[in-house]
Design a protein around this ligand. Sequence first.
Ligand SMILES: Nc1ncnc2c1ncn2[C@@H]1O[C@H](COP(=O)(O)OP(=O)(O)OP(=O)(O)O)[C@@H](O)[C@H]1O
Length: 924
Amino acid sequence: MAPVAPEQLWTAVTAIRYAFPAVIFLYFIAALAITVCTLQTQRLRIKDEHVRRDVILGLIFGVTVAYSHCLLGIISSKGDFDGFVALALTDSKFPVWYPYYGTWFFGFVVELILAVVPNVFRPPKSPFDYAAIVIQGLRICIFTILPSLYFGLRNDRKEYDNCDAERQTLLAKKLAPKASSSDNTTANGNGNGYGATTDANAQESDTADNASDAGSEDSWLAEQRKAQEMIDKRLQQDGNWFTYAKGFTVFLPYLWPFHNKGLQFRAVLVGFCLLASNALNVLVPNQMGVMIDSLTKYAQGDSESNIWLPVVVYTVLRFVSGGACIGWIRRWLWIPLEQYSYDALSTASHAHLMSLSSDFHDNKTSSDLSQAVHGGRSVADLLETVCFQVIPMFIDLAIAFAYLWSLFGPYMGLMMAATVISYLYITTKLYARRASKRRDYITIYRKEWTIGQQSLDGWSTASLFNMIPYERHRYACAVKDHMKAKRTYEMSSQAISAAQGLVMTLGLLGALWLGVYQVAYGRKSVGKFTTLLVYWAQLQSPLIFFSSMYRQISYSLMDAERLLELFQTKPTVTDMPNAKPLKLGQGLVKFDRVSFAYDERKPTLKNVSFVVPPGKTVALVGETGGGKSTILKLIDRFYDVKSGSISIDSQDIRDVCLESLRGKIGVVPQDPMLFNDSIMNNIRYARITASDKEVYEACKAAAVHEKIMSFPDGYNSKVGDRGVKLSGGEKQRVAIARAILKQPEIILLDEATSAVDTETEQLIQEGFKTLCNGRTTFIVAHRLSTIMKADHILVVMNGEIVEGGSHDELVHKKGKYHDLWSKQILVKPAVDRSRSQSPKKRDTHIINDLTPNRQKVELAKALKNTPHDETCQSNQQKPSDTQTSDEGPEGPNQDPCNIEQGTKPAPDTKSGPGHQREVSAERS
Ligand SMILES: Nc1ncnc2c1ncn2[C@@H]1O[C@H](COP(=O)(O)OP(=O)(O)OP(=O)(O)O)[C@@H](O)[C@H]1O
């Protein structure tokens, strides 16, 4: 006689039986998620894994089959779970086993309890009972064999190889453009891991980042690939997803309003709204069922049934759950938070970018920079996606599982879980397979766009070379390729939709079958069935969203990664602690053994030393790329010297505030950058407080006032993007006007007049006279005639100062400067030709050479009178219209022929008081 089991024991056994699949399912999902997130650097022995995985996989399938006999019992749901475990294992070539240990252990213990306890109190009677016991025993055996096999096959003596087999990116597995297939086992992101097989297609992500041919890679795809590589690199460094995510905590102060209690309260309310939405997602279909049940009862003659109350409640619930109530409230609460994060991130990233030094900006394109600033929006988007879509989706699914279980029993819950898991699994797999098609499509689409754009932009070139038919044909081919790629891509998208639809339909079919069965046998009401229908349909929307969520998150992550990189970049030129403002006295500038390199491998300046006395003008000349502009940039601290020092009035410029230094320096750069604004605003940029009159004066000094006044909109004319609407010379003069307006103490002119004509240049020199008077000035120039009256000339060659002195001294020295000088045709006012005057006495204004056309004419004239090129006509007298009236009659004689011949130039006996010129033949 078997003992009679107490009621509580049966209840406990039943509870275990019911809870077992759900508990173990939750355990496995949680363990798997934690493992994937934390064990990126775990190393495993790959060969063993192959063997063991297959054997264990077989056993798990055995357990699944062993459960399937009890199709009508709750325990079969454990079979479903084992099917899921088997699926997870099938999909992981190099699995992490920790989550599996727990399931085996749980399985063993629970099976043992379920086998022993009921059979002790109720011994088997029928052959069916005995068969069930045998199968149960089989399952217990498998649960015993599984760990024994796993640990038995373990070969602890085997060396770990270098494969980080368990590494896996949660985003995508990719083939880097140059990675060979043999790299598959060498790094994370190469397809090894959980939830992924290693076939080439599956290794490709849907982020379209795996261009296989770097040569033809589209720029956008290249950007995506680079961002993905950055994620992979950091993931590799950090070791796992948790530490990786921790890297983003730097954004936390920009996302969470730590100092604003009001906004924090709003955030909490938003959380409540989300939970309320989750609840309403259940309540609305439930209420519909209640409404239908009350109507059914009423229709069946139960006049007691209140038909209006459920209708009212349903209407209220619908209203509350809709966009007019909870949706609106949530949005209203969220907008200030959204704006807070956008404001904080955008301004912080912009301010950070603006604070970075030249070395950073040199290496970034403007699109890189603006993308980095707008990455702020992506971080906020990422947060929104996770908070408003991902988390609610999982809450919805968990609630759905529990709700359907409670409404129609465990099978319905399991049916829903199986449908959802199949849907997610199929979607992920198919999207991964479609990645290559999507990438091809994007590449070809962008190619079509580029070809179209280029041919339209290059219309004049195409016309000149009679290539219009060629361009037409090229574009037509690109459109055809685009259409072909689009067709393939859309067909694959349709295939995914079809597969998703099929899974959902099969799930619905199963749910309907169960629902109809229960309604037909009178266990459930029609109202409940309606609830099921409505609820099932409602579940589809988060699932559909899942399809796009994956890509959306990976794009946002890439942007966030760029922003993170930006935030981690520190400016290299900064104020020292306790830096003091620059106290400018006379303006003595000293370079003391300065060395500098943009790239450590190639020195740009080597041991450069010189002193510029206060108020003097020093000119830097020499070969192109010699380092002249670099010297100016170092004075302005665009870069810091690598060794040596630069001081102004005995203060090392690294020890003074950057702001005070730049406030004292006025620069006219080689290629001035103007803002797309009015001319007035562009000039006033130098001194925002300047009055209109001061701007006009500055423009007059820069010889641009008349020109500006001739524009239809005068000073209000827009200059276009980067000043494209102005000619090179106009732009330079606007830049000069800016510098004049700033009234700086030290002036840096970098090829400031290279783009203006001779006549204008002479006018500008007048402006410079005012600007440079008494101020320390640096001039970089290629046209030597423009600097010959500088107080000191430095010849910069290959990063070194090879010569220094006044023009006359250098010309007589017959060194580098003499070479440069003799290679240029020099035209200067004859009145300036006298050398007798000392350089000190000379006017500091700078004279000019001719425009190329004029040079040719003058040269032709000169040659006409000269039987040989070498013969110098040093005393040609030509009337000059470029001679300025204030040029004295005793300018230095600059006849290069004479210099070359080593003779002192003779005074120009023929020169009259008028505008005279001296022309020399070019020497090559
Ligand atoms: N931002 C930069 N990054 C890296 N290298 C640079 C940078 N700017 C200049 N260089 C290099 O430094 C060297 C010196 O450049 P710099 O502009 O000072 O020459 P330069 O004498 O002013 O030439 P030019 O007369 O043509 O203006 C050149 O070889 C140039 O390629």
